[in-house]
Structures are given as C-alpha cells and as structure tokens.
Design a protein around this ligand. Structure first.
Ligand SMILES: [Fe+2]
Ligand SMILES: [Fe+2]
Length: 191
C-alpha cells in the first residue's frame, strides 16, 4: 500500500469511530469510553508515523510548501493535548462530550487539509515507487509507535525517534495493566 493510501485508510477508520460516537445517547458511557480509547490509540499511532516518516520526507522535498508540514505539526500538538486530557477523563464528566466534540472538529479540519492540500502536493513530488517504499516504512513504524499521548515530547527527527523508544514500554505496561483490570472486573462479575 502506498504512503498516501495507508494514511487515508487511517483517517477513514477514525472518521467511522467519530460517526459512531455521534449516534450514541448521552448516557451511553461505556460505549463512548470504548470509542474514545480506540480513537486515542489510533490517532496517537497515526500522528507518530506521520511525524517519524511522512512529514520529514514531505518537508524536505516540498521546499516552499514546507510550511504545510509546520502547520500540520501544530495541529497535531493541539490534538495530543486534548487526547491527553480525554485519556484521564471519565465519560460521566460533564465536559467529556464537549471535549471529544472539539477534538472531532480539530481532527476533521486537519484531515481535510492533509487530503486536499498536503497529500496531493506529496503525490506530485514523489514517484510511485518512492510512495510505495514510504508506505512500507509507515507500516513498520506503526509497530513501535506509542499508544498514549505525550504532548510534551519532541515531534521532529531525530528526537521524536528517541522519545518514541522511551515512551513505548511505558505505554505497553499501561495497556497491559488496563487489560488485566478489565479481565479481573469481568471475572468478578461472572462469579
Ligand atoms: Fe496529520
Ligand atoms: Fe493524517
């Protein structure tokens, strides 16, 4: 899969979660929490691979249009802060829906700009083979990407790569801990 197709597939998967969130009633706390957890993981991984592979390549090649990448990085920054707050928020909090709604608005704006401006510019500036290779790199980078927001971490090479190596084991430990808590809760409900 080429780089742009892979990133667009990520956008589509997140948009499906957003649409699903919009169909839920105000008291569907469990379902909303699950969607928000899934969106956090998907967006954090997606942002990490764009920042590790796609943006640096695009910025280098696009020259005059490099500001597109700087603006995208600033939008990622806002998204990560909002996700870091949602990551520790209960779905019963009166600000939860409002915060997620604002997140959806920012992400939809960001995705629109990527798909309408940045991606077509990249498609023009890179060969088919280069985009395929970049797609493989993005796919590989996903396996080592963090799964929780770290908005204070660097977002450009080379320091973002170091930050990802540091964050990954902590995120993995947190994910494992949360999975165990869920299993214990489920088991206690069955007994
Ligand atoms: Fe992005
Ligand atoms: Fe994106």
């Amino acid at each position: 899969m080429d780089a742009i197709a892979l990133l667009k597939a990520d956008h589509k998967a997140v948009e499906e979660k957003f649409t699903m969130f919009g169909t839920l009633g105000s008291r569907a706390f469990k379902a909303k929490a699950k969607i928000v957890t899934d969106v956090i993981t998907a967006l954090i991984k997606h942002a990490a691979i764009e920042e590790a592979v796609f943006y640096p390549e695009a910025r280098q090649r696009l020259q005059d249009s490099g500001y597109l990448v700087l603006e995208a990085l600033e939008e990622h920054h806002i998204v990560k802060w909002t996700l870091s707050e949602l990551d520790h928020m209960s779905p019963t909090d009166e600000r939860f829906d409002a915060k997620f709604t604002v997140l959806m608005e920012i992400v939809r704006h960001h995705v629109r700009e990527e798909e309408k401006v940045l991606f077509p510019a990249v498609r023009k500036a890179f060969s088919k083979q280069e985009l395929d290779q970049m797609g493989d790199q993005l796919h590989a980078a996903k396996a080592s990407a963090p799964t929780h927001p770290h908005p204070r971490s660097p977002d450009e090479p080379p320091f973002n790569a170091i930050a990802a190596v540091v964050a990954k084991p902590f995120d993995a430990m947190r994910d494992a801990g949360e999975a165990i808590v869920k299993q214990v809760r489920r088991a206690s409900m069955q007994s």
